[in-house]
Write a protein that binds this ligand. Structure first.
Ligand SMILES: [Zn+2]
Ligand SMILES: [Zn+2]
Length: 272
């Protein structure tokens, strides 16, 4: 039964007439039939883990925006996932990781932070477009299954916001993207209270690499080290930019005794 107590399809039709579907990337109206292509969790299920970003986003993107979605493709850094400018050769360790190995083992992302995906993340984060949480969540689950399901973490920790930022924004976008993970036996449990952001940090978008690293130093604390000790932890964030946040989170988690820390983000900024 649909949310209005009508059979599913009729309810969906009514809802899409009341709230015409809009493109996740540019906000323009889509046709109602396009909106029908939106995948329910049941219909998305079989596609998850296949790496077909466009199939997962079908019904959420106009044709122009579809052309702009870029998956992360090898060759990449085998540690931080940086996409190499040169598109030849195997995955290997990048210069930055060779010079200063991060405390995390592996960082992976669903797609490149550009075009429609970047705009979708921004529309959720700064525009409060909650309806984007589900399709973006599909991309995250898909990347999780491809990169981490073989040796699954014991728990997932979303990167926390400082309470002042949380108050101002009203939500943590990472928690929204992870909302569909609840109660799914094939996905590790999400623990949002184990780590805290104890220092407010300036918006990262305004800083360069050196300043980003400095701005997040000592920004996080592990609240219940006993729940992290000897566990494999997956840190989840929306965007991997310079890796400063991911490095810092991994550092404090390892210090608290985590056996291994990996990082998964929805999107990744590329240096190239
Ligand atoms: Zn569009
Ligand atoms: Zn690297």
């Amino acid at each position: 039964m649909g949310p209005l107590g009508l059979p599913g399809l009729a309810a969906e039709f009514l809802l899409s007439a009341l709230y015409p579907p809009r493109c996740l990337g540019c906000g323009k109206f889509l046709s109602i039939s396009q909106g029908f292509a939106r995948l329910s969790p049941e219909r998305a299920g079989p596609l998850l883990g296949g790496g077909d970003l466009l199939a997962l986003l079908s019904g959420w993107l106009c044709n122009e925006c579809q052309d702009e979605v870029a998956p992360v493709e090898s060759p990449i850094c085998s540690v931080c996932g940086e996409v190499f400018v040169s598109r030849t050769g195997p995955d290997r360790v990048c210069g930055l990781c060779a010079e200063r190995r991060p405390a995390f083992s592996v960082a992976r992302a669903a797609g490149l932070y550009e075009g429609a995906l970047a705009r979708g993340v921004q529309r959720l984060k700064y525009g409060g477009r909650m309806e984007l949480a589900r399709p973006l969540g599909y991309l995250l689950q898909d990347a999780y299954l491809r990169h981490f399901a073989d040796d699954p973490p014991d728990l997932v920790i979303p990167v926390p916001l400082h309470k002042s930022r949380l108050r101002e924004r009203g939500f943590n976008q990472v928690m929204l993207i992870l909302a569909d993970w609840a109660g799914r036996p094939e996905l590790p449990p999400v623990s949002s209270r184990l780590m805290k952001r104890v220092r407010p940090t300036p918006p990262q978008a305004s800083l360069d690499r050196v300043h980003r690293a400095a701005s997040v130093r000592k920004a996080f604390s592990v609240e219940r080290p006993d729940e992290v000790k000897d566990r494999k932890v997956l840190v989840v964030d929306d965007v991997y930019t310079t890796g400063a946040t991911a490095r810092e989170c991994a550092k404090v988690l390892k210090k608290a005794g985590a056996a291994r820390v990996d990082v998964l983000t929805l999107a990744r900024v590329t240096a190239g």
